[in-house]
Design a protein around this ligand. Structure first.
Ligand code: ATP
Ligand code: MG
Length: 204
């Protein structure tokens, strides 16, 4: 297939420019490795385009993802000091959610997830970012912490030019229905199967 040629020619009357600028819902699911890695790869491309990027990381403990978080923070720094690229914000749920932190109380993950989603909704309504990385977001639906109707309606009706990438195993079928890009990572092999441990640069 020639570069830039799509297999289906849409009869929607849109110009090439309009077709090149359509906001996407992107889902990286499946049990193989690479869902989050690919999402952060997209963030790198978006940063280079000068996009405002919001990363919302669910579920994983504070120890995780130090590699990409540090790298994206450095790129945010580059943006603020030189104007190159775009701004990047990184938000963790749980104790990391600055707008939901309740010092001294037991962490209620479901409540933190709902508050995190409420913040994402506010930002989508305000058109705060061009790219949203909702890392490990599928579990919030899987565990019934969020209402799938609300998530589907919010994503479907989001205004403006906002891409949303969602990662995690077992994405809800209705999420896959509304996805413009849905990719399933299939495990063929993984070093953990041979008893190997996670290693720096590969896992964090
Ligand atoms: P990555 O962050 O490396 O892109 P991922 O987002 O696809 O991975 P997660 O389900 O978020 O996968 O799990 C992250 C961690 O679990 C990583 O340490 C990864 O190596 C490990 N992992 C991912 N897939 C598998 C698998 N099929 N078997 C064992 N471990 C896995
Ligand atoms: Mg992941």
């Amino acid at each position: 297939m020639a570069k830039g040629v799509t297999p289906v020619q849409a009869a929607d009357g849109l110009t090439t420019r309009q077709r090149r600028n359509s906001p996407l819902v992107i889902v990286h699911g499946g049990a193989g490795k690479g869902k989050s890695t690919a999402a952060f790869g997209l963030a790198l491309r978006g940063w280079n385009q000068g996009w405002s990027i919001g990363v919302f990381q669910f579920v994983k403990s504070a120890k995780w993802r130090i590699g990409e978080q540090a790298a994206l923070a450095a790129l945010d720094d580059v943006h603020r000091t030189t104007g190159q690229g775009g701004p990047i914000e990184w938000h963790k749920m749980g104790s990391g959610w600055s707008w939901s932190r309740k010092a001294g109380t037991e962490e209620d993950h479901a409540e933190a997830a709902r508050e995190g989603w409420a913040e994402i909704k506010r930002r989508l309504a305000d058109e705060t970012h061009t790219l949203y990385v909702l890392d490990e977001f599928t579990y919030l639906l899987k565990w019934g912490w969020l209402d799938i109707d609300d998530v589907v309606a919010t994503l479907t009706n989001r205004p403006g030019y906002q891409h949303v990438v969602i990662t995690g195993r077992d994405p809800h079928p209705r999420l896959l229905e509304i996805a413009d890009v849905a990719t399933e990572m299939t495990k063929i092999a993984h070093p953990f199967d041979k008893g190997q441990k996670g290693q720096k640069g590969i896992e964090w």
